[in-house]
Design a protein around this ligand. Structure first.
Ligand code: ATP
Length: 306
């Protein structure tokens, strides 16, 4: 019986490993949302990154032809600068980041990176140049070290720990009994939204992309976590071209430019102070959010008092 048990155990082990590999592939697939329609032109050259200038030029796009989402969108992010895109839910903010990563091709106009139309270069080289901190980071059923190093498997432990430190993840990891060997993901320790975003930021520190896209979580994080994430993001985006898809205006007051999207069109643009002075859409959004924050604050005070 013992003789039979061992091979059976082994088969069970292989089965679990294969199943996990398939789950990982599925996760990757959904992460990259590989679209059949986006293809490399034959012999597509690699993207040549010089400064990391991103330009959306007269971009028109719809997921289906009968429903245009973005209309005549033109703006640029100069090398090393930060541009934030704001607008109501469904305005097309995240769609911009999907177009930059070339999950879809534009219907009109072009997206250029350092002057090159992103349709003319290989997708691998394009995606190697861009790091995304998505709203909801997918973690693999593996250790924290594996998850942080994902994309740079040759990273040393010292590099992983340094990345975690820059991403303000180190104190959290130190609090875990198995530290970087802790299994996370669906079958391990479940991380909070803020912790997952910090894992994504740590990944980016190791990837060192020229361009960063930060898709801010829709659901509000507590203000301490939000501040930690912002500080971490500031550290990695230093000197890198950064596109922030923002939901909370308080997080983007320092952006070099803020682009306000309204129903797929750029309604206004400028710095935080310029837009407040203009007293139109952005100023109204700012007042609404400030009132909301004040109300929340009052509720917290009331709860603490009771
Ligand atoms: P939010 O602030 O809620 O995240 P958003 O401004 O980022 O919104 P997008 O995610 O860019 O909005 O979506 C813009 C519009 O495109 C929405 O009306 C949405 O329903 C639609 N849309 C998004 N993804 C797809 C898709 N894969 N297929 C079809 N329509 C889509």
């Amino acid at each position: 019986m013992m003789q039979l048990a061992q091979p059976l155990n082994f088969i069970g082990f292989v089965y679990r490993e294969i199943k996990q590999a398939l789950v990982d592939m599925e996760t990757m697939y959904s992460l990259l949302r590989v679209e059949q329609e986006v293809t490399d032109p034959p012999g597509a050259p690699a993207l040549k990154v010089s400064g990391g200038r991103v330009a959306f030029e007269c971009v028109g796009f719809g997921y289906s032809p009968d429903r245009p989402i973005l209309k005549d969108v033109t703006f640029a992010i100069e090398p090393g600068q930060t541009v934030a895109v704001v607008g109501s839910s469904g305005a097309g903010k995240s769609t911009l980041s999907r177009l930059l990563f070339r999950f879809y091709d534009v219907d009109e106009g072009a997206v250029r990176l350092d002057g090159q139309d992103i349709r003319d270069v290989s997708q691998t080289s394009l995606r190697a140049a861009i790091g995304i901190v998505p709203q909801d980071t997918v973690l693999f059923n593996d250790t924290l070290a594996y998850n942080i190093a994902y994309g740079r498997p040759e990273a040393t432990r010292a590099e992983i720990e340094e990345a975690a430190r820059i991403a303000s993840l180190d104190a959290f990891v130190e609090s875990l009994p198995q530290r970087y060997e802790t299994t996370v993901g669906e079958r391990g320790l479940k991380l909070s939204g803020g912790e997952k975003q910090r894992v994504a930021i740590a990944r980016m520190v190791l990837k060192r992309p020229a361009i960063i896209v930060f898709d801010e979580a829709t659901s509000a994080l507590d203000s301490k976590t939000e501040q930690e994430i912002l500080a971490a993001l500031r550290a990695v985006s230093q000197g890198r071209t950064t596109l922030v898809i923002a939901h909370r205006l308080s997080t983007i007051v320092d952006a070099d430019e803020i682009v306000v999207l309204d129903a797929g069109r750029i309604a206004e643009r400028g710095t935080h102070n310029e837009l407040l002075a203009r007293d139109r859409l952005y100023a109204a959004m700012w007042r609404r959010q400030a009132e909301g924050a004040e109300l929340n604050g009052q509720r917290v005070v009331a709860e603490e008092a009771s």
